[in-house]
Ligand binder design. Structure first.
Ligand code: HEM
Ligand SMILES: *[C@@H]1O[C@H](CO)[C@@H](O)[C@H](O)[C@H]1NC(C)=O
Ligand SMILES: *[C@@H]1O[C@H](CO)[C@@H](O)[C@H](O)[C@H]1NC(C)=O
Length: 510
């Protein structure tokens, strides 16, 4: 070999060794520059895994996440579609993010393609980014509809819906040996939310019409959300899906706008004995940034959100609770016993109905509802959150605009908090003097989320659940039909429902 080449190579080797030694010495003297790492990303192959994740049901997603969390810790990233989502399984991290650092974690990711059709460009409470529009819409719902005094104005409607439900269950139980209850529960909740939305009782035909257009959209929402990924590509590849979404929305507008316009005309002659409905409050509302009233599309979007948010969530929870009361007759008996002792049997001969004002005395009933929400939260995740700036959580960087979600169902089953987490034991809530469902001090479970984006309807939901559970078990004995069973397997629809709907034998209690 040429001498100059040998010299050159050995010179290079020398320089390299020197540099390495210098770096080593230097790095032991001064700490490395602080770069915070992003959460671990298990098994990611660009393009392939994001598509695979998109195709998974959320039950499969949950199972996979569980194994990832066991392996990689409580914070992991999954690429779903074109967007990485950070999943948080730990309740104290959820508290740090959602409650202690609420302002940073209260955004929502944009859904650029479908938003124009489904949410009037993010002008619904659940889809609006954290800002003035969201605040106005949310405050309107919270203070104009869900405030105590306003809730009281709907007690007549609740009683009326309850009586219809009891009658329907009675006649169903007389004609059939076993009753599929979810249909009745869903119908009852829907009628109630419809009344609150439009301020009047609608006839059966109309209710069925609206239920149809609402359900067809609701059950396909997950499939439509895929259209937000690579919009230019999916718009072509999934043409049929696009057209279906547009058609569903058009049908929804046709049905809902009839009611909205009718209410608008009536508004000019509103007097004292007419209840104020959600549409009435929306018709008066002004968007703060645009300084204008809501247009018809936005009214449809917001009514749609109101109906969806309050119907399936509550009827799902109700079915899960009733399923457990059937599976565990001693719990059902104890609810009845409490009502008998606290409310008294003698005074209620002519009326079989437990009144709303009596509910606060029923501690065990409350515990049953809470246990139901812990063991079977209707949503196993919250809606996706977006962070507004780079933030460090558990030593991991959550980048600006990053999407974050929380494993609601997992937290309710955490064995460090809940003894025998898979059991159904309402007593566990009895020692706790007033369990805090909002998780302000500490999150033990979060069926309604936590922080600034917490479900604004949680009070109404709890009222509905307590009122209906109390009256359903007070009026009927709920039993497993002969040869039947209560199967607690789950299935993802809009919410996580019973895979095999509850079928029961119902007989009058009194
Ligand atoms: C058992 C019944 C219910 C459950 C389990 C439930 C649960 C939830 C959850 C988990 C969220 C997402 C929170 C987050 O993203 O961090 C949410 C949001 C929401 N819920 Fe509920 N909910 C129920 C009933 C209701 C009712 C009755 C209403 C109103 C009529 C309602 C209205 C809303 C709205 C508007 C949002 C969006 C809030 C925002 O983004 O600021 N929900 N709910
Ligand atoms: C909130 O976020 C900021 C910014 O990343 C961080 O410095 C702070 O420690 C966080 N607070 C908590 C309680 O996690
Ligand atoms: C975050 O989102 C906003 C609004 O969508 C955008 O203007 C901004 O460039 C994004 N920032 C980063 C760092 O992705």
């Amino acid at each position: 070999m040429e001498a100059w080449l040998i010299t050159l190579v050995s010179f290079c080797v020398c320089v390299c060794v020197c540099v390495c030694v210098c770096v080593l010495i230097f790095s032991t003297l001064s700490p490395p520059p602080t770069t915070v790492k992003t959460p671990p990303v298990p098994s990611h192959i660009p393009i392939i895994t994001p598509i695979l994740w998109l195709r998974k049901s959320s039950t499969e997603l949950e199972q996979t996440l569980r194994s990832f969390h066991a392996k990689y810790g409580p914070v992991v990233t999954l690429w779903i579609g074109t967007r990485p989502t950070i999943f948080i399984a730990d309740r104290s991290l959820a508290h740090r993010a959602l409650v202690q650092n609420s302002s940073l974690f209260s955004g929502r990711p944009k859904s650029p393609a479908t938003a124009a059709v489904l949410s009037s460009d993010h002008r619904s409470i659940s889809s609006a980014s954290y800002g003035a529009t969201w605040r106005t819409l949310r405050r309107n719902l919270a203070s104009e509809m869900l405030h105590h005094s306003r809730l009281a104005s709907f007690s007549g409607a609740r009683k009326c819906v309850l009586n219809t439900l009891l009658t329907r269950l009675k006649s169903a139980s007389e004609s059939r040996h076993c009753v599929r209850v979810i249909d009745h529960l869903q119908h009852a909740m829907f009628c109630l939310l419809l009344f609150m939305c439009f301020g009047e009782r609608l006839d059966e035909g109309k209710v069925r019409d609206i239920a149809r257009v609402q359900r067809q959209m609701l059950l396909r929402l997950r499939r439509f959300s895929v259209l937000n990924f690579w919009p230019s590509v999916t718009r072509v590849l999934c043409r049929k899906r696009w057209r279906e979404m547009l058609r569903f929305r058009r049908e929804q507008e046709e049905v809902l706008l009839l009611l909205i316009r009718a209410r608008g005309r009536k508004q000019t002659v509103l007097n004292d004995d007419v209840v104020v409905s959600y549409v009435d409050t929306l018709l008066r509302l002004e968007l703060p940034l645009e300084k204008r009233r809501l247009n018809e599309g936005e009214l449809v979007t917001l009514c749609n959100e109101f109906l969806n948010a309050g119907t399936d969530t509550t009827s799902t929870a109700l079915q899960w609770i009733m399923a457990n009361l059937v599976k565990y007759p001693h719990v059902q008996e104890r609810v009845v016993e409490e009502i008998r002792q606290v409310v008294g049997e003698g005074e209620r001969e002519e009326s079989q109905v437990i009144e709303e004002e009596e509910l606060h005395k029923l501690g065990y009933l409350k515990a049953v509802v809470l246990e139901g929400l812990r063991r079977h939260p209707p949503g196993h995740f919250v809606l996706p959150h977006a962070v507004s700036e780079d933030v460090v959580l558990n030593d991991y960087l959550v980048p600006k605009n990053g999407t974050v979600n929380f494993m609601v169902a997992e937290m309710g089953l955490d064995p460090n908090v809940w003894e025998d987490p898979l059991g159904f034991k309402p007593e566990r809530f009895l020692n706790d003097e007033g369990f805090d469902i909002t998780g302000t001090k500490e999150i033990k479970m979060m069926p309604f989320g936590a922080g600034r984006r917490i479900c604004p309807g949680y009070n109404l939901a709890l009222l509905h659940l307590e009122y209906f559970v109390a009256n359903l078990v007070w009026n009927f004995v709920w039993k497993i039909p002969e040869g039947g069973d209560v199967d607690l397997s789950e299935k993802q629809e809009f919410t996580v429902v019973m895979k095999n709907a509850l079928h029961v034998h119902i007989s009058p209690r009194i």
